[in-house]
Design a binder for this molecule. Sequence first.
Ligand code: ATP
Ligand code: MG
Length: 226
Amino acid sequence: MISIANLAKTYLDGDRLVEVLKALSLEVSTGASLAITGPSGSGKSTLLNIIAGLVQADAGTVEIGVDGLRVALQSSTEKERTAFRRQNIGYVHQFFNLVPTLTVWENVALPGVLNKKTGARDRAMDLLAEFGLEDRADAFPDILSGGEQQRVAVARAMIIEPAVVLADEPTGNLDQENTDAVTRLLFDSCDQFSTTLIVATHSEAVASLADDRLELGKPSLEILVG
Ligand SMILES: Nc1ncnc2c1ncn2[C@@H]1O[C@H](COP(=O)(O)OP(=O)(O)OP(=O)(O)O)[C@@H](O)[C@H]1O
Ligand SMILES: [Mg+2]
């Protein structure tokens, strides 16, 4: 499970303090899904990045349970957070973020290879077949459609069978047909591996598939004087 308590994050933007997250607490059970909604600038990406250990919160705690252990991100070093993320967290971005110099197959295998998992390349091919992308395996990402690239990105996130998948507006750049296909793959594969899914989205249809929803509000601003 993921357990977040009293999280706070403020950014300094010129002479303004932007209080993005304030005393935020939430829990997501293992294998459950949570949709994060809210207007642009409300802190959805910030929250996902904090859960991934990529951004440090100003206050509060994030604990992620993996194999019966609770890992407290804030009390680990950057090196430990990187290792934890590599082994346990899959990330799906709005703009796919595939490595352009690697083939589709190599992109999907990469997280497994980095984790020194044996059979990562075979597993990547199996996943591509499951996702209907077998015939794209040897292509480079730039010739794929947006929908195909995002299916590859979901396969890449799932290859390590992660405890957690964080998806940041995964369908923000897709048409309706591809939105439906990618959303189905994302939710179905998380079900298959009992992966906890947190998805930031502006899409009501995507949010309605999640077990729970967290709606963030506009950040409050404070103008600094002097
Ligand atoms: N590194 C940063 N430095 C300064 N301000 C930042 C930084 N990252 C985010 N912010 C600010 O924090 C607020 C929340 O940003 P965030 O990207 O988390 O919002 P979001 O809900 O993901 O928005 P969107 O729906 O547009 O993706 C915004 O006001 C943004 O300008
Ligand atoms: Mg965002």
